[in-house]
Each structure stands twice: as structure tokens, then as C-alpha cells.
Write a protein that binds this ligand. Sequence first.
Ligand SMILES: [Fe+2]
Ligand SMILES: [Fe+2]
Length: 136
Amino acid sequence: MRDLVWNEFLEIGVSFIDDDHKKLLKIVADVKSAIGQGDKCKSGRLLSALLKEAKDHFSKEEEYLLEVKFPYLQEHKAYHKELLVKTEMTKRVCEGIETEHDLEECFDAMAEFLVDDILRGDIKFKSYLQYEGYIK
Ligand SMILES: [Fe+2]
Ligand SMILES: [Fe+2]
């Protein structure tokens, strides 16, 4: 599992996007520690919060990309959708799990999907934004 802390190289340069990404990472880290404490109830609650925040973030990000006329918006939207479907599936599996070890594995899978948006997905529009002069 990758580090769950914010790092400068994750920065896109659009403040609301970076703030959202920080918030998502923070929830991911909180889920991790709730699992570590064996608090299944809390981790379940946090996983739901994570999904909700991710959905909100994706739609805000898509709105912005439409505004700046990002040429691969449809692909990025499809990518977000895929992430949510995977995350939702993983969450359901996680909810049925009893042992802490399996829960941890579940969490890793979920976190991986979401961190993917920041690390893999959004890097793709960063260079476009730079090229078009929206960010430095
Ligand atoms: Fe994002
Ligand atoms: Fe994204």
C-alpha cells in the first residue's frame, strides 16, 4: 500500500481539486487507523463517507473539466465511473467481512482505487491545464 500522506508531487495546481484530494486522503488514512484499532463500526462509517466525498469530488472535477474544455472529458468521466463501481463493489465485500485481516485487505483495495484518481487519472489533465495556461 502506498503512503497515505499528502505529497507535493500530487498537487494539480487547482486549489479546490487539491483540497478535495487532501480531504480524500485524510479519510483514507482515518479508515486505515480505524481498521487498525479494530473498530469495524467506525471504519464502515468512514468508508461510506469516503464514497460520498469521492462522488462529490468527481462531479465537481468533471464540471471544471467541462469549463476548461478538456478534450478527454468523456474518458475521464468513464474512468471516474469505473472507480466508483469498483469501490462500491469492494465496500460491499468489506461489509460482509468478519476478520480484521480480510478487512485490511479490503481497505487496501479500496484506497488503491481512489488514490488512483489522484495519481494516475488527474495527472493526465494537469499537463493540459498547464499548456492552456490555467495553471502554472
Ligand atoms: Fe480528482
Ligand atoms: Fe479525476
